[in-house]
Write a protein that binds this ligand. Structure first.
Ligand SMILES: NC(=O)c1ccc[n+]([C@@H]2O[C@H](COP(=O)([O-])OP(=O)(O)OC[C@H]3O[C@@H](n4cnc5c(N)ncnc54)[C@H](O)[C@@H]3O)[C@@H](O)[C@H]2O)c1
Length: 259
């Protein structure tokens, strides 16, 4: 019988119908995990559930910045699969490209609400459920935007720095319950979010052969969602049993410097 890295482990994935979340769902399922997708978009989630198989995956429509909806998605996972072992707190929005003096307060609050409050609420309600299972692993999707800045993305940059603070606090608080908490920090990954950022910068949209931003990366290309998902699998599984409180780059060399 095939034994995967995640056999019988229950994994909640927020932003589960997006590029990175969807790739993680497919990979985690292929390793035997039970998958609970959480996102705003029911149709996109259902198509991933159908690909995996309804016996092994389910979806919950929820806004991660809402406390009651967060409690509801955790409760749904516990009810259907018996508990929570892994959580990828991955839902996020990019906001707009605009200098601070022109960045609207409404957009700033919106980005912080999804990207920071959403992660805080996920930790707040998932950690007690994980404690009841004797521990678990939480992976928060930060970014290279969590360790350095670019102009024009103040809310996003702030949010991705902030979740590293949440991660470190949760790693210390979760340690005695055997709950590990880490961030993954991708640089440009080929998803809807990156296309949106390119468009807002006025770069050629949708032309995958001409992506000027890619030339600034040491590896000279964008990453694929699956390349992030594989780091999430390492951190989510017992392969990383001594890893907690860490910031894990998956960035094609961006954090090393510009070429
Ligand atoms: N693509 C990149 O280059 C890149 C780089 C670094 C970090 N990230 C981070 O990776 C994560 C996943 O992004 P992606 O690239 O897959 O983009 P994506 O837009 O494909 O996926 C993001 C998902 O989050 C969901 N979401 C947004 N707001 C939500 C809310 N309030 N409640 C529930 N779900 C919500 C969206 O519906 C979407 O499915 C994000 O946190 C993003 O900031 C992406």
């Amino acid at each position: 019988m095939f034994m995967g890295k995640l056999d019988s482990k229950v994994a909640i994935i927020t932003g589960g119908s997006g590029g990175i979340g969807g790739a993680a769902a497919i990979l985690f399922a292929s390793e035997g995990g039970r998958i609970v997708l959480v996102d705003l978009d029911s149709d996109a989630m259902e198509s991933i559930v159908a690909d995996i198989g309804a016996d092994q995956a389910m979806s919950v429509v929820a806004n991660v910045s809402d406390a009651a909806e967060t409690q509801a998605y955790v409760a749904a996972a516990v009810e259907r699969f018996g508990g929570v072992d892994i959580a990828l707190l991955n839902a996020g929005i990019e906001g707009v490209i605009s200098p601070i003096s022109e960045y609207t307060e409404e957009m700033f609050d919106k980005v912080i609400s999804v990207n920071v409050r959403g992660v805080f609420l996920g930790l707040k309600y998932i950690m007690p459920a994980m404690g009841k299972r004797g521990g678990g692993s939480i992976v928060i999707t930060s970014s290279t935007a969590g360790i350095r800045a670019t102009r024009g993305m103040s809310a996003y940059i702030t949010s991705k720095h902030a979740v590293i603070g949440l991660m470190r606090t949760a790693a210390l608080e979760g340690a005695e319950s055997n709950i590990r908490v880490n961030t993954v920090n991708p640089a440009p990954i080929d998803t809807r979010m990156m296309t949106s950022i390119e468009e807002q910068w006025g770069l050629p949209a949708g032309d995958r052969s001409n992506r000027p931003l890619a030339q600034r990366l040491p590896l000279q290309r964008y990453g694929e969602p699956d390349e992030v998902a594989r780091l999430m699998l390492f951190l989510g599984s017992s392969d990383s049993s001594f890893c907690t409180g860490g910031v894990y780059m998956v960035d094609g060399g961006v954090s090393a410097g510009q070429v």
